[in-house]
Structure formats: structure tokens, C-alpha cells
Design a protein around this ligand. Structure first.
Ligand code: ADP
Length: 309
């Protein structure tokens, strides 16, 4: 499988400040890759470099095997949504899509198809964008990104402003895009959005990649949760079998996999009442831990005033 997006040792410095630091990862076809990190982690900068809006300091990014600027017809190959509010506020949604369709040489019918695909009604499409909610802007942005029937989607915080039903809607839409062989890279600063939508996850903190893999791998790396009538007894038995454990909320947590924990409990004659991957809370804790030192916006926003862009 060839990666559709390849980021190789990408570094972006603003003056003495390194916003993106030796970032390397790929996004594969048929998969939704989530780019997760707290605000200020370097997601937008990485994505701006991807689509040629920002010059990297070093390293490179290839989309469909080439730098974005070298794609013959980028609009038809890569759908981009970097800032849903960057659309002309005085135009209607339909006008924005119509202009984009003309620019790309697409038939007019494509506009109605896209409006329907993102569930914007006739009436909403006729409203000026300045009167759109953030969620409606996101839908319009997705419609614009999908317009040219691209193979690759690059979406910066597309779930921002969507309610839970909207997030589910986006998951289904991106899932469908992936199932047809498309490649999706989307960013978010919210773990649960990425957890719901993505197949693969890349975590960035402080400009650096701190974790990556399939969602299942990352969930598994969050360890195992086991319960028995007496957690202290279970914990002692697992420790005796060589596992490192901790107890929280009446459950025993360990880094060992499900089989190892199940066998150790069985060998000790302990009946488990629950045995599962410590997802949810576990992954959240991992995310918080991984990014605890990278909540740096407050500091850098002052420090960087006047830094060269
Ligand atoms: P994210 O998208 O993850 O929130 P960004 O890529 O927007 O993060 O920003 C990463 C860091 O780079 C932040 O600390 C931000 O303040 C800084 N930064 C972004 N753009 C510029 C710029 N043009 N000049 C100076 N610093 C910048």
C-alpha cells in the first residue's frame, strides 16, 4: 500500500521558535487518519505546509507522490478545508460552490449533488455565509472540499462547531469516502472526535509526534482493565505473576494484554467479573499525559509577537 500523504522530517521554525519539529508520518488510502493534539501543538502549521501555504524550514511533504504545488490539477485531486470561516461572508453557500465548480471546470449539477451530500437545504444554500452557524460553515467547507471528487481530503478541525449528531454524520461521510479508497487526514484537539472518526491516529504535542498507530493499537497501549470481587486480591495475584498493576475505581489496571491477565487470574483461581481494554478513560489519560507539557499557546503567543512568519 502506497501512502497518499507522506510527511518526512518536517520542521517549521518561526524565528527561534520551532512550531513543527521533525514530524514524520503517513496517511494511507482507504483510511481516515486523525491528527490529534492540543491547541498550539503544530497541526495547522503542518497542514498548511502540506498544501503549499507555508514554506517548510526543512523536510518535505508529498501528496499523491508529489509536492502539492506540482500536482497538475490540485482541486480535482486534493480536497482541502483549512478554515471554514475563510469563505466570502457576503456570498451565499450556493454561490461559493458554483464559483468553485466553474473554476474546476465541473458541471453545474455537481453543486446540487454536494449540497445534498452535506445536508444543506435549498433555503440554507441561498443564505449568505455571514448568517451561517459554524456547523453550517463546516458543512459548506466539506462540500467545497468534495466538489472536485478528489482522492485525498485534508481537513483542519472539520468537526469544530458540530453537535454530536453532526460529528456522527461527518464520521459516516468520511467513512464512506475511505471505503471507496479515498485518503482522509483530519485534525482535532479533541480526543473523542478523533476516537469516533479515525482509523489511524497520530498524536502531536509541542511540535513533535508523540504517538501513532491504528486506533486499536493505541487503545491497546492504554492497557487492560480487570475486575473481580476483591480488587486487592486480584492485584496481588497479578503482581505475583509478574505484572505491574494499579487499582482505581475498584478496577485493576495493567499494561499486560487481555490474554495474559485472563490466564494469570485463572491460574490464581480468581473469577473475573470484567476483562477488557482500558479504553475511553485510559486513552484519555494517555492523551493528557502525552500532551501535558505542550499546552504552550499562552506562553508563545506573547513571546512570539513580531516573530517573522
Ligand atoms: P495547532 O494547529 O495545533 O493549534 P498551530 O500549527 O496553529 O497549532 O501553531 C503551532 C505553534 O506555532 C503555536 O505556538 C503558534 O502560536 C505558532 N505559530 C503558528 N503560526 C505562526 C506564525 N505565523 N508566526 C509565529 N508563530 C506561529
Amino acid at each position: 500500500m502506497t501512502a497518499m500523504i507522506t510527511i518526512d522530517s518536517l520542521t517549521k521554525k518561526y524565528g527561534a521558535f520551532t512550531a513543527v519539529d521533525e514530524v514524520t508520518f503517513t496517511a494511507e488510502p482507504g483510511r481516515v487518519t486523525g491528527f490529534l493534539g492540543p491547541n498550539g501543538a503544530g497541526k495547522s502549521t503542518t497542514m498548511r505546509v502540506m498544501v503549499g501555504l507555508t514554506e517548510p524550514t526543512s523536510g518535505h511533504v508529498h501528496v499523491l507522490g508529489r509536492p502539492f504545488g506540482a500536482l497538475p490539477n490540485p482541486g480535482r485531486e486534493v480536497g482541502v478545508l483549512l478554515d471554514a470561516s475563510a469563505q466570502h461572508a457576503g456570498r451565499t453557500g450556493r454561490e461559493i460552490l458554483t464559483i468553485a465548480a466553474r473554476t474546476m471546470g465541473l458541471p453545474k449539477g455537481r453543486v446540487d449533488e454536494m449540497l445534498e451530500r452535506v445536508s444543506l437545504t435549498e433555503e440554507e444554500a441561498g443564505r449568505r455565509v455571514r448568517n451561517y452557524s459554524l456547523g453550517m460553515r463546516q458543512r459548506l467547507g466539506i462540500a467545497t472540499a468534495l466538489l472536485g471528487d478528489p482522492e485525498v481530503l485534508i481537513l483542519d478541525e472539520p468537526a469544530n462547531g458540530l453537535d454530536p449528531a453532526g460529528i456522527r454524520w461527518m464520521r459516516d461521510l468520511l467513512r464512506g469516502f475511505g471505503d471507496q479508497g479515498g485518503t482522509v487526514l483530519l485534525s482535532s484537539h479533541l480526543l473523542h472526535e478523533i476516537e469516533v472518526i479515525a482509523d489511524d491516529i497520530v498524536v502531536i504535542g509541542n511540535g513533535r509526534i508523540v504517538a501513532g498507530g491504528t486506533k486499536e493499537e493505541l487503545l491497546a497501549s492504554a492497557g487492560t482493565l480487570a475486575r473481580a470481587a476483591d480488587p486487592a486480591v486480584l492485584s496481588r495475584a497479578l503482581e505475583a505473576a509478574g505484572l505491574v498493576t494499579s487499582i482505581a475505581d475498584g478496577a485493576v489496571f495493567t499494561d499486560a494484554d487481555l490474554t495474559t491477565v485472563g490466564r494469570a487470574a485463572f491460574a490464581a483461581g480468581i473469577a473475573l467479573t470484567e476483562l477488557r481494554t482500558a479504553d475511553g478513560a485510559g486513552l484519555e489519560e494517555m492523551f493528557l499525559e502525552l500532551t501535558a507539557e505542550s499546552q504552550r499557546d499562552a506562553v508563545t503567543d506573547n513571546k512570539l509577537e513580531g516573530a517573522a512568519a
